[in-house]
Design a protein around this ligand. Structure first.
Ligand SMILES: [Zn+2]
Length: 61
């Protein structure tokens, strides 16, 4: 069984001490969803997508 999971680019939303990944345009409901990590996610609306962080934050200080 092959399920195609769409890739969705995330926008980073940096709050105090935390980076959230924002899905601006959900492929299913066109709403905005927030996630805490990239990867295969399930949205509150039931959509599944592979969340891509275009600008991964590297904390190598
Ligand atoms: Zn949605």
């Amino acid at each position: 069984m092959t399920t195609t999971i769409p890739e969705v680019a995330a926008a980073e939303l940096i709050t105090a001490g935390q980076t959230q990944l924002l899905v601006i345009d959900c492929p299913r409901c066109s709403c905005t969803h927030r996630h805490l990590a990239a990867g295969e996610r399930r949205a509150p609306c039931g959509a599944r997508y592979n969340l891509i962080d275009r600008n991964p934050t590297e904390r190598t200080s």
